[in-house]
Design a protein around this ligand. Structure first.
Ligand code: G16
Length: 543
């Protein structure tokens, strides 16, 4: 076996986005593309010499090939050991758990999350630090800087390693431990949740449909929900991970998980429905005739946390990304705990969790998690709901109605305009930015603007500052609009418009959030000239 030093040149555009580097698969498959980025990760983090890493991915197209390359590069860079899931599969939360549990120096996760996979779709690589969380901006900036000056990478020449079963092997002096991707994660869930109560719930005839969307959570959900908790066989559907996610879009929302939504709003609906995404960190929760927005789900979990053994001592604090609805803030206020507002990106929760300032975190983009790992966790959220349902013995719809009656309802929706011309999208944001100082006091669609700014975050733990994190317009009536450009898209720009309106009068609550938010949506268009600037008459995706 030989170690080769390969001369290379910097490749444009390897700047990690909201969550790692995501590109079209053919881009990642170009000569040196993956290798340059992986070498930059090692260089930017003090080298791989003597270090131990976790490696896994969501099984999308190129996952298997990329894993072989990363293992050969880790060995050539002098790593001591890599712990890798069977067939290089690991859900993102399971990878985070292994990084923490095995006290490694970090991990490399191969995923483009909820983006489609396949030869012409998306691929991604992300570095997680030794706390198990996505590398913070300070590190991703260094990785990017490395990509811009890289002149060589090192790699071992070897046959493909057999990753098809648990076991130990070595490569150029580096140990490789192939592990069952489910076992450690399963144990952790048993420690947090009341499995006995959930088993009793299923034994009483409670029914569930979990849609794994042909993605990585399938084996986890089969083992835990059906194998351990006794959900009837067949409750977990689309459970075999496939390289192109069955040709679908593994994004658990009402658009991409439409078959599940249709079932849940039909006469044959089970008691509970849920879905997770490509790499298993996102979740969708839906009861019979009751879709729960991610922002509401986060608030409900916070309000009911002490019903779960892992959180029975109470929450230290909670955190949400800025565009996430402020339903959580109301619960935090009632509980008398801190509520932090961070920029979009799970990496911003890491310091709060590490410092013990927050126990639960969540985002409008279908992410919920806690201090058990440093990633959001799809199946964890599903188990949390099942635990709450088992204790409260109420339906999802009843739990939501109780919650809104007690805390008020934050109607919430996100309108996405996808693959918009990049210049047009940036022009729209710039025009808004310029007008911000003149907006307070102005009336739009019958509502008065109270404040308007561009969100910047000062991390209370390490003092770092992140600017340019979304434009927010706050109305006197309590309504809010946030405008942001996505940091995870791979084509043009995606404009995200987040709409929120608060109703605290229980007698005035209504069922249809889009109706409740129609005035706020009209105000968004009029303020940002969305139609005129993007040429779009309607959003591509409404969640
Ligand atoms: C990632 C991040 C999340 C973020 C989401 C959407 O999720 O981890 O924190 O909310 O992207 O980001 P954006 O609005 O910039 O597209 P995932 O599930 O894709 O890793």
């Amino acid at each position: 076996m030989t170690r080769t030093v390969v001369a290379t040149t910097p490749i444009e555009g390897q700047k990690p986005g909201t969550s790692g580097l995501r590109k079209k698969t053919p881009v990642f498959m170009q000569p040196h593309y993956l290798e340059n980025f992986v070498q930059s990760i090692f260089n930017a983090t003090g080298g791989a010499e003597g270090k131990t890493y976790v490696l896994g991915g969501d099984g999308r197209y190129f996952n298997d090939r990329a894993a072989q390359v990363i293992l050969r590069m880790a060995a050539a860079n002098g790593a001591k050991k890599v712990i890798v899931g069977v067939n290089a599969l690991l859900s993102t939360p399971a990878a985070s758990n292994l990084i923490r549990k095995r006290k490694t120096d970090g991990g490399i996760i191969m995923s483009a999350s909820h983006n489609p996979g396949g030869p012409t779709e998306d691929f991604g690589v992300k570095f997680n630090s030794d706390n198990g969380g996505p590398a913070p901006e300070g590190i991703t900036d260094k990785i990017f800087a490395e990509t811009r000056s890289l002149s060589e990478y090192v790699i071992c020449e070897s046959h493909d390693l057999d990753l098809s079963a648990p076991g130990m092997t070595t490569l150029y002096g580096m140990e490789i431990e192939v592990v069952d991707p489910v076992v450690d994660y399963h144990l952790m869930m048993e420690e947090i949740f009341d499995f006995e109560a959930i088993r009793t719930l299923f034994a009483s005839g409670f029914t569930l449909r979990f849609d794994a969307m042909h993605a990585v959570t399938g084996p986890y959900a089969k083992a835990i929900l059906e194998g351990s908790l006794g959900a009837p066989e067949g409750s977990v559907v689309n459970a075999v991970p496939s390289p192109d996610f069955g040709g679908g879009h593994p994004d658990p929302n009402p658009i991409w998980a439409k078959p599940l939504m249709d079932l849940m709003f039909s006469g044959d609906a089970p008691d509970f429905g849920a879905a997770s995404d490509g790499d298993g960190d996102r979740n969708m929760i839906v009861g019979r005739n009751a879709y729960v927005t991610p922002s509401d789900s986060l608030a409900v979990l916070a309000a009911n946390a002490t019903l779960v053994p892992g959180y029975k001592g109470g929450l230290k604090g909670v955190a949400r990304s800025m565009p996430t609805s402020r339903a959580l803030d109301r619960v935090a206020e009632a509980l008398g705990i801190g509520c932090y507002e961070t920029p979009t990106g799970w990496k911003f929760f890491g310091n709060l969790l590490d410092a013990g300032r927050a126990t639960l975190c969540g985002e409008e983009s279908a992410g919920t998690g806690s201090d058990h790992v440093r990633e959001k966790d799809g199946l964890w959220a599903v188990l949390f709901w099942l635990n709450v349902l088992a204790v409260r013995q109420q339906s999802v719809a009843e739990i939501m109605a109780d919650h809104w009656a007690k805390y008020g309802r934050n109607y919430y929706s996100r309108h996405d305009f996808e693959a918009v011309d990049s210049d047009a999208a940036h022009g729209l944001m710039q025009a808004l930015r310029t007008r911000l100082p003149n907006l307070p006091g102005r009336e739009v669609e019958g509502m008065t603007i109270e404040a308007a700014d561009e969100f910047a975050y000062d991390d209370p733990v390490d003092g770092s500052r992140s600017e340019g994190q979304g434009i927010r317009i706050l109305f006197k009536c309590g309504g809010r609009i946030v405008f942001r450009l996505s940091g995870t898209g791979t084509e043009g720009a995606t404009l995200r418009v987040y709409l929120e309106k608060v109703e605290t009068n229980a007698a005035a609550l209504q069922d249809n959030p889009q109706n409740a938010l129609s005035g706020i949506a009209a105000a968004a268009d009029s303020l940002a000239e969305i139609r005129a600037r993007t040429g779009r008459n309607a959003p591509d995706v409404i969640t």
